[in-house]
Design a protein around this ligand. Structure first.
Ligand SMILES: [Zn+2]
Ligand SMILES: [Zn+2]
Length: 106
């Protein structure tokens, strides 16, 4: 019994090591210079939140997470404008696909 238990433990350890190295590979750190003050911001390839926060805190600019467009948060009505802009990215109009057969039936 003891032997089989230790064997299971060692195989578990191997699995853990593999999954950790997989995770490390997916978290790639990248350094992006701020387009306004040239300060270098460290982000991960998947998450540009540090840059977004920097722009908001230091420059009162908001970065569209989809198209990376900058919005001046000091302008009146900015909140509505920014929200509308972001929502537009998700607002996919239901245009009929050009490849859809529209005249199938006589
Ligand atoms: Zn900056
Ligand atoms: Zn956008």
């Amino acid at each position: 019994m003891i032997e089989s238990e230790s064997a299971a433990e060692s195989s578990n350890n191997t699995n853990t090591t593999i999954s950790i190295s997989d995770k490390l590979e997916s978290i790639t750190l990248i350094t992006l210079p701020c387009s306004l003050c040239r300060e270098e911001i460290t982000c991960t390839a998947r998450d540009l939140k540090p840059m977004t926060l920097h722009l908001e805190e230091k420059h009162s600019q908001r970065l569209c997470p989809i198209c990376s467009m900058l919005f001046d948060a000091t302008l009146p009505g900015h909140d509505n404008y920014f929200q509308m802009h972001v929502e537009n990215h998700f607002d996919v109009p239901n245009y009929p696909s050009p490849t859809a057969p529209t005249a199938m039936y006589p």
